[in-house]
Design a protein around this ligand. Structure first.
Ligand code: ATP
Length: 896
């Protein structure tokens, strides 16, 4: 079907819809049932079985399985079966961890799934793009990605970039007339918009004529695969480190075996012990636990309204040293209310809060009728006419569908009795040049009942002043002399210094036979009418968030399209602009090169009247000064800066699809305070990962060293293979997972940001691992030697004591890992997951030691209660000895 050949009424009939009302829910349900969801098929994920089998592909695990098989064949059935069981359980755990990681990544993807504006039951609603069916009416505007294939029925300066389909990156101007040229290529179908292409300018409405695999995109789409690497820098570093750790573990294990054999141990026993040790000591589970910790952190971020689109961002968040944030809607509430109006030297105020429709007009103290003053009436009328916002009632509240700035103008109009319904009866809008934050203006061409046409432009007052030739003063049109200009500038500054956002209105009549086809011709030679000033109160939580960021060594910079004085007033209120801090405006910024900006960038706290392209310059200057930059944005033009920054942040409510796609973090509530929470969480996740790396590796070092020292000292094996494997599974597994759920340390937002190139073992972690691991090994060996020395005929009992000491030493040490400082700095009961993990490990250990049927399997003997004193005493040493030493050192004046 060539939809582009049909007229819109024919399309309406063919797809059985109503262009004015859209489909009903019932029709939608039925079509979804019949034709399925609007989705492109994705490549199938590996099956559960494959994922499970992948857990055993590790070289050492295969060696262990082979060794077990041999021992089974040699008649050691119990050992063989027990080892198999442990390997299997380990495999299951790995499998579940990976599944969980994968599922949460998938859930994340669904959370950031695109939405579209569709007309259903005669009402515009936002729905997930996946729910579109043929016959739906959808609308879109600059920055949106088209959700399905549509035949356009209404366009306003619509341009669409279709490179995803055609390879052509120059946007195509769209129209609605049928094209009667037989078969034409996609790129020439100018009255169509295709799934996956991007609106770069203007807006449009269309009827869905193809969904899912029945779209142009569906036909060319290979099975979609996300090519993007989701690995974080730390994961990559750990992968490299893993290889080194494996080699080290293997060399040490080999050493244990060789020394053991030289000192007279049985080769077969040493082989099995060696392989078990290698399996235990190789931190093969580390990458999976890191992914789980990352994705758990990501889940916590979602609860705080931050959606991570790219996992690596979680880590980078913890390194952020500068946040560049938009003002409107992010730092402020984006609930605008016009409070002041100015025209021809006169000022009025308007009462009322929020979008409440009740309010009166005052000249000084005196209430007035706004319709009595012609210029005031015109200011209000034109504000409503050049406007796309619609007010809606949501329960008891009035909400704005559209731009809140425009919503405020609609409300100020209604307060004066000027409604959009009334005006659309009087005037026909025949052309619109949409607002963009580069021009900072929007214009419409309207025709009144007598056929007269004129341009109405509204926008930033200083910009409008530049394109106006005359001014309405005392209801008379006057040439815009320097004197008038200065008076208007004073008025703008006066309003802005009260932290008001200002919008001016201008107009011009269009002469007969004058043709205006672009915004340049429209937005010139205007007559300046007046200014509306609106408040946009700061979000209450932002001031504290800015302060918290400051304490965390993170600078907050405000970037706004608003007037410099407005921005300055709000930045001061929020504690962003310190005394002596610099404020820069877009004009100055345009004239600067990046290296000039670099020189002063550290002193600038507010950028005002900027255009989106300035943001890129700011990011670059900050980055070349070594900063890790978080940058927010919402529009199409913000995308390059979002991409270039280290952490691109898009607004979830007001953000366009393009901005969201470019970002690595989406704020569901558009709130600056959410960025702070995400950074805090980012720091915490990284710290948690450090915590369990520390725990796991120190445990492994302890396990290897106890065996190595025993072999060097010509002692018998202090642990049997199955005990080593048990420690690896239970003691190392559960508490490490619980560390991933740990809360942030109290001082996490009182430290400077982490350096992004910081190594895994930085800040003393390597030393902590080696020293604690060494001590764990020593105390285990000491306990073994004491008991073995007491009764050399009872090796099994001494091994059981060594086993219990190793387990207990690790379980006590896990609490030390929770703090970068020492075990005394944190309340152990704060993380109840950890307490339960430790208690279950202890319980499982007791079962293995005291439950008779398990004793032959684990080669254990019931421990005499008196020996528990020895075990507990020994196992507390690694944690408390060092912590105590550290504490005294940090209290001694010399160390301070
Ligand atoms: P930010 O979100 O970055 O803080 P902003 O939203 O205030 O900035 P813009 O939307 O670019 O920045 O607005 C810049 C200026 O353009 C405003 O101060 C206002 O004067 C004018 N303006 C804003 N919205 C509109 C609109 N819908 N129509 C006409 N002019 C507008």
């Amino acid at each position: 079907m060539n939809w582009y050949e049909l007229r819109s009424e024919e399309v309406e009939k063919k797809v059985n819809t109503s262009l004015s009302n859209g489909l009903t829910e019932q029709e939608v349900k039925q079509r979804q049932k019949q034709f399925g969801y609007n989705e492109l098929k994705e490549a199938e994920r590996p099956s559960a079985l494959l994922l499970f089998l992948a857990q055993f592909k590790d070289f050492m695990v295969i060696v262990l399985l082979a060794a077990t098989l041999i021992s089974g064949l040699l008649g050691e059935y119990i050992d063989a079966i027990a080892i198999m069981a442990i390997v299997l359980i380990n495999g299951f755990l790995g499998f579940f961890q990976e599944r969980k990681a994968e599922k949460s990544l998938q859930a994340l993807k669904e959370l950031s799934a695109p939405q579209v504006h569709a007309l259903r039951n005669n009402e515009w609603t936002r729905i997930p793009s996946k729910e579109l069916v043929v016959g739906d009416i959808i609308k879109f505007s600059s920055g949106d990605r088209i959700g399905a294939d549509v035949r356009l029925i209404d366009v306003k300066s619509l341009e669409i970039e279709e490179s995803a389909l055609t390879g052509e990156s120059v946007p195509v101007a769209k129209h609605v007339s049928p094209i009667d040229q037989g078969e034409i290529s996609l790129g020439d179908q100018e009255n169509m918009a295709f799934m996956g292409t991007m609106v770069t300018r203007g807006s449009g409405v269309g009827v869905v004529v193809g969904t899912g695999m029945n779209t142009a995109m569906g036909q060319i789409a290979e099975l979609l695969q996300s090519a993007e690497s989701m690995m974080t820098p730390l994961q990559r570093r750990l992968e490299q480190l893993g290889k080194i750790l494996i080699s080290v573990a293997l060399v040490l294990t080999l050493l244990v075996v060789v020394v053991g054999v030289i000192n007279g141990h049985d080769l077969y026993n040493m082989f099995l012990a060696g392989v078990s040790l290698a399996v235990a000591a190789i931190p093969e589970g580390l990458p999976a636990i890191v992914t789980v910790a990352l994705s758990l952190g990501v889940q916590r971020m979602i609860k705080k309204n931050a959606i991570v689109r790219r996992l690596p961002a979680v880590e980078t968040l913890g390194c952020a040293s500068v946040i560049c944030s938009d003002k409107t809607g992010t730092m402020t509430q984006n609930k605008m209310t016009v409070t002041h109006l100015w025209s021809g030297g006169k000022t009025w105020t308007v009462s009322g809060t929020g979008y409440d429709l009740k309010g009166s007009f005052f000249a000084g103290e005196k209430e007035i009728q706004p319709t009595d003053d012609k210029s005031l009436q015109q200011l209000l009328t034109f504000g409503v006419l050049c406007n796309n916002a619609v007010l809606k009632r949501n329960d008891d509240e009035i909400v704005v569908d559209g731009d809140p700035t425009e919503g405020a103008l609609v409300v100020s109009g209604i307060k004066a009795g000027i409604t959009k319904d009334f005006l659309t009866n009087q005037f026909e809008i025949i052309e619109e040049f949409p607002f963009d934050s580069g021009r900072k203006m929007m214009s419409v061409i309207v025709k009144d009942k007598t056929g007269n046409q004129f341009v109405i432009t509204k926008g930033a007052p200083d910009v409008l002043l530049g394109v106006s030739e005359s001014v309405l003063w005392n209801n008379k049109q006057q040439p815009l002399s320097e004197e008038y200009k200065n008076k208007i500038k004073d008025a703008i500054e006066d309003l802005a210094s009260n932290a008001l956002r200002t919008i001016a209105v201008s107009f011009k009549p269009i002469r007969q036979n004058q043709r205006i086809s672009n915004e340049r011709d429209a937005e010139c030679d205007l007559t300046f009418i007046g200014i509306q000033g609106m408040i946009d109160p700061p979000r209450p939580e932002v001031k504290a968030a800015v302060k918290e960021c400051k304490d965390a060594g993170i600078k907050t910079i405000m970037i706004t399209g608003d007037h410099l004085i407005t921005a300055k007033a709000i930045a001061t209120q929020l504690g962003i602009l310190p005394p002596g801090g610099k404020v820069l405006d877009g004009n100055t910024l345009s004239k600067m090169e990046v290296d000039e900006l670099e020189e002063i960038v550290d002193d600038v706290y507010v950028y005002a009247r900027v255009s989106p392209e300035h943001k890129l310059k700011i990011v670059k200057a900050l980055q070349s000064k070594g900063h890790i930059v978080a940058m927010t944005g919402d529009g199409v033009n913000d995308a390059p800066a979002i991409k270039a920054s280290d952490i691109g942040i898009a607004m979830g409510i007001t953000g366009t699809d393009v901005a969201k796609e470019a970002s690595s973090l989406v704020l569901l509530d558009d709130n600056f305070a959410t960025i702070k929470s995400a950074i805090k969480e980012g720091r915490n996740i990284y710290e948690n990962i450090r915590k369990f790396i520390r725990y796991l590796l120190a445990s492994n070092v302890g396990e290897i060293l106890v065996m190595l020292f025993a072999m060097i000292l010509s002692l018998p094996l202090p642990l049997v293979p199955i005990q080593i494997l048990w420690v690896n599974l239970v003691t190392d597994g559960l508490p490490a997972m619980a560390l991933g759920l740990d809360q942030a340390e109290g001082n996490v937002m009182r430290r400077s940001p982490r350096h992004p190139k910081e190594g895994v073992f930085a800040r003393g972690l390597g030393w902590k691992i080696v020293s604690r691991g060494f001590l764990i090994g020593i105390v285990t060996l000491a306990a073994f030697m004491i008991v073995y020395g007491r009764d050399p005929n009872n090796l099994g009992y001494a091994q059981t004591v060594a086993f219990a000491t190793l387990v207990m030493a690790q379980l006590i040490h896990v609490f030390d890992c929770r703090s970068e400082r020492s075990v005394f700095h944190r309340n152990p009961f704060q993380n109840m997951y950890l307490v339960w993990a430790v208690l279950s490990s202890v319980a499982l250990m007791l079962v293995v030691i005291y439950y008779p049927p398990l004793q032959p399997i684990f080669h254990t003997y019931p421990i005499d209660p008196r020996d528990w004193l020895l075990i507990i005493g020994m196992s507390a040493i690694p944690t408390f000895l060092l912590a105590g030493a550290l504490l005294t050192r940090s209290r001694s004046p010399k160390a301070a």
